[in-house]
Design a protein. Structure first.
Lengths: 415, 320
């Protein structure tokens, strides 16, 4: 027992140590990210002192880019399931060794989600009111309490799966199936649930017709399974190039099929929603009208949403054409899809829900500089986490960081 | 990243070389750590201006419903002290409870309202709302004759005199719904409905997530985007814990039917000030009350946005 704990502690220490070791590109990348994180912390400190008045939000538009980014990134986290499903359900060999990169992305994404929710709170000092058992947790009535459970549960599931598999690899042991396979299957269902619950946050509000639509949930899932795997396609190529890690093109093309189908469904669902809103033309079309065409002389979101739609459509066409078997085109399509969905699901969903207000008033929203810096800080924080996770896990997967070379490692480190 | 094993400096080994290397790498690590800490401290510099750091007592304060009567007295004493320190006047802070056999209902006569906004300002004065930025619970909508379409309304009308020809006016405030969406969505139960039908907020429990503000179909909830500011000579010293005591930065507030008045048998401030007699308020469980009379005898009354299923206790009616 004690020996086991000591082994595990050595493993953690070596992982922590290696996160600070790398070539100049690694230091440069981590340095730049750290500076952006610090700028973000500085902006948040200003918000903490002066209140959320330093953002562009108002009583009329009471959620902005924080919640928009949160919504998008929950989708990225959920998309890890799109790597897990082919491997564990369809026994796909190409993706097998890559699953862990997807799950680590999910961990980093959930950390970002928690950060985005935390910075949106008016009283962060009262966070403990949210802790079940200690605070007053409004479960099951509030969808936000569901979100707290599913997000933290998903974080734990993925930390367990990744941590256990990596530790086994480090020790040179075969992982015990009963200790991780059940969790893998729970995590698949859980991945769907985190994004469904996040959709229900909006869908459940009867006073907001723009959100109170049953298609929001399916659209969230479809767009998440487009943007998430698209992000993984790009990340895997960076890993392959920077870390000399073998990743077959075939694996990327498997992910391509996923992105392709999801994008088609995503666009199809969008068409459904646009048709229903505009053809029936009830009073509830106001928010959509504001989003797509502008309303009563206000049209701040119009250029954004059309950019998103053009990006999504171009990405869809590239993806369905054989052209996208070439990585160059595939990457272009992925990038367009990510940006397109980030706009559509972030600003394109959260902000128009508030415009016009419940009493028909038109008040627009533009994120402030301070708010934008906080967001950049959290994005940099997420990338920093993901880089560190990869820095730890790649040598383990390649067998360079393992128990067998503990002594040698200790000597090389000078202790 | 192509050399992942911890070999920070591929130097030939040897006892002397190792030691030198150790010192150098130790110095380098220390320098990196020190500059990192310095950068972090610099980035946290704005915290020096923090004016409202919660005391341990406030930080650990329990939810309203969990406070025992002695604990409640201590909390009320603390609030009294805090107000006294900040405004130089001693308030009377009480925890007004709902009265037995009372369910409050508000009726507003749209034929009579002239859109003068006196209710808006009386409310601000009564309930210790922030004056800068000014928070108002009541929003008066100017509507063109012949329509109840809120999208055609204008809350920012500013003519020289009211009423104006061709318009009617509809004041909107918290509708004290029987099925309040704001209560349902609150993740920490910081807002709830009491026995007399009034939905209240524990300002010391709210975490400021603003989910209730998104959920409310009536734009009734307001957030303290920054530290509220009230001139010292404008403070209303008759205060209630769940009602009009001064709020802090980062929490929600809204109309609570002036519980510090109505639970002591008085009318809400907005009603008292109305020059047109458009506002009626009372106990719907009392068959002799004015509101019971209106509900029985007026032919048309409206619950705003009836279709969202919130069942407001706030009724609009016409003299027909």
């Amino acid at each position: 027992m004690i020996k086991g704990a000591r082994n595990y502690f050595t493993f953690l220490r070596r992982c922590a140590r290696i996160a600070f070791v790398g070539d100049w590109r690694y230091y440069a990348w981590m340095g730049v990210l750290s500076i952006i994180v610090l700028v973000g912390i500085n902006a948040y400190a200003r918000q903490f002192v002066n209140g959320l008045i330093v953002t562009g939000m108002s009583d009329q538009v009471s959620w902005g880019v924080y919640i928009a980014n949160f919504t998008f990134i929950v989708g990225v986290a959920a998309a890890a399931a799109m790597l897990v499903i082919p491997v564990y359900i369809y026994d796909n060999k190409e993706l097998h060794d890559l699953v862990i990169f997807g799950e680590l992305l999910a961990v980093a994404a959930i950390l970002m989600c928690l950060a985005f929710v935390a910075v949106d709170l008016g009283r962060p000092d009262r966070f403990w009111h949210l802790i079940p058992g200690i605070g007053e947790f409004n479960f099951p009535h509030s969808m936000l309490s569901w979100d707290v459970i599913v997000l933290n549960g998903y974080l734990l599931l993925n930390v367990h799966i990744c941590g256990y598999l990596l530790y086994c690899r480090y020790r040179g042991r075969t992982p015990a199936k009963w200790f991780y396979i059940p969790f893998v299957f729970i995590a698949i269902g859980w991945a769907i649930s985190i994004h469904t619950v996040t959709a229900f946050l909006y869908v459940g509000l009867g006073g907001r017709p723009f959100w109170n639509s049953s298609i929001v949930g399916p659209r969230f899932i479809a767009s998440a399974f487009t943007a998430g795997p698209a992000l993984i396609i790009l990340a895997l190529q960076v890993i392959r190039r920077v870390a000399n890690y073998q990743i077959a093109d075939k694996a990327l093309l498997t992910l391509r099929s996923i992105v392709q189908v999801s994008m088609l469904i995503n666009v199809f669902l969008l068409v459904n929603e646009v048709f229903k809103e505009f053809y029936s033309g009830t009073m509830h079309v106001a928010s959509s009208e504001y989003l797509f065409f502008g309303l009563h002389g206000h049209h701040a979101l119009v250029p954004w949403i059309w950019t998103a739609i053009v990006f999504n459509l171009v990405a869809m066409f590239i993806l369905v054409l054989p052209l996208s078997h070439s990585l160059k085109w595939l990457n272009a399509a992925c990038l367009l899809a990510i940006v397109g969905i980030w706009i559509e699901k972030g600003m394109g969903l959260v902000v128009p829900g508030f415009i016009p207000t419940q009493l028909g008033e038109m008040v627009e929203y533009t994120p402030s500089v301070n708010e934008t810096l906080v967001c950049l800080g959290i994005w940099a924080f997420g990338l920093l986490c993901y880089t560190v996770f990869l820095r730890m896990s790649i040598p383990i997967l390649q067998g360079q960081l393992c128990q067998a070379n503990e002594q040698a490692g200790a000597r090389a480190a000078g202790h | 990243m192509s050399e992942p094993v911890s070999r920070p400096n591929g130097h030939p080994s040897g006892a002397a070389g190792h030691e030198g290397m150790d010192r150098r790498s130790f110095l380098r690590t220390s320098a990196v750590l020190a500059s990192g800490m310095a950068a972090l401290a610099a980035s946290l510099a704005p915290l020096r201006n923090l004016r409202d750091f919660p005391s341990m007592e406030r930080f650990l304060q329990k939810h309203y419903k969990e406070l025992t009567p002695p604990e409640m007295r201590k909390v009320l004493d603390r609030i009294t002290r805090e107000v006294e320190t900040q405004y130089g006047l001693r308030p009377e802070v009480r925890d007004y409870k709902p009265m037995d056999g009372v369910e409050f209902v508000y009726c507003l006569n749209l034929t009579r309202c002239i859109g003068c906004r006196k209710c808006v300002h009386a409310c601000v004065a009564e309930n210790n709302q922030s004056r800068d930025p000014e928070i108002q619970y009541i929003r008066v909508l100017r509507m063109p004759h012949g329509s109840l379409d809120l999208e055609k309304s204008d809350p920012n009308y500013a003519p020289d005199t009211v009423p104006e020809k061709g318009f009617f006016y509809m004041p909107v405030q918290c509708q004290q719904c029987k099925k309040p969406p704001c209560v349902k969505v609150c993740p920490v139960r910081a807002t709830w409905q009491q026995a007399d039908g009034i939905t209240v907020i524990d300002y010391d429990w709210c975490i400021g997530c603003r989910y209730c503000e998104a959920a409310c179909p009536y734009f009734a909830r307001r957030f303290n985007w920054t530290r509220p500011w009230i001139p010292k000579d404008r403070i209303n010293l008759n205060m209630s814990y769940l009602g009009n005591r001064p709020r802090r930065q980062g929490v929600m507030e809204k109309c609570h039917f002036c519980i510090q008045r109505t639970r002591a048998g008085r009318y809400p401030a907005c009603l008292e000030v109305c020059p047109a007699g458009a506002r009626k308020f009372g106990n719907i469980l009392d068959p002799e009350s004015e509101v019971s009379y209106i509900m029985k005898n007026k032919r048309v009354f409206i619950q705003l946005k009836e279709e969202v299923g919130t069942s407001p206790r706030f009724f609009y009616y016409f003299d027909v």
